[in-house]
Design a protein around this ligand. Structure first.
Ligand SMILES: CC(C)(COP(=O)(O)OP(=O)(O)OC[C@H]1O[C@@H](n2cnc3c(N)ncnc32)[C@H](O)[C@@H]1OP(=O)(O)O)[C@@H](O)C(=O)NCCC(=O)NCCS
Length: 150
């Protein structure tokens, strides 16, 4: 019999930054430098969640809390961990936390070409609000999406 996998969502701390930066290389064309991560965790220390699988960093998600809105800044799952429902698990955990903190809706922008992420968000109940033309540095459009708490 195989051993049970342990999944845990917890707040990101500064000691996670090196592992997060490694994971980012697999996830995004442009990485945030160390100073940006340090500043982000100083200013928005309660806004980044790490997902650990058997005590190994498998992914993370970032949020800005703006009044009753939660803006998703970044979501990433390490390559070796993708396709196992972990992105959905992490986002569901984030939605639960946002709801507990009194948020009413969650918003995000995603690259138009990022069909995997768009499918993930649609599966989680996000609705497309429209396009932000040339939103990204390479002029790619962003799709704006929103999920409303009932
Ligand atoms: C997008 C990302 C977070 C998905 O994480 P994941 O753990 O692989 O996603 P899950 O296994 O939880 O998938 C849940 C659902 O999302 C959809 N999905 C996720 N990845 C997909 C892909 N590559 N192609 C199509 N659908 C996909 C599917 O509907 C899936 O449900 P199903 O497996 O029942 O079909 C991950 O691919 C990633 O980190 N990508 C790079 C960074 C990124 O693009 N971040 C999002 C923009 S900020």
């Amino acid at each position: 019999m195989g051993q049970e996998t342990t999944k845990k969502i917890r707040l990101m701390t500064r000691t996670d930054i090196p592992a997060v930066m490694e994971l980012d290389k697999e996830a995004f064309p442009i990485q945030w430098p160390l100073a940006a991560w340090e500043e982000e965790l100083t200013k928005h220390g309660d806004s980044y969640l790490c997902l650990e699988v058997d005590n190994v960093l498998a992914g993370y998600a970032g949020f800005w809390w703006v009044l009753d809105e939660v803006q998703v800044t970044r979501v990433a799952i390490g390559k070796a961990f993708r396709g196992q429902g972990l992105g959905a698990f992490l986002m569901e955990g984030a939605k639960e936390q946002a709801q507990k903190l009194g948020s009413h809706f969650m918003t995000l922008e995603v690259r138009e070409s990022n069909t995997g992420a768009r499918k993930l968000y649609e599966k989680l109940g996000f609705k497309s609000l429209g396009i932000r033309p040339h939103y990204y540095e390479n002029k790619e459009n962003a799709v704006m999406m929103e999920w409303q708490f009932k």
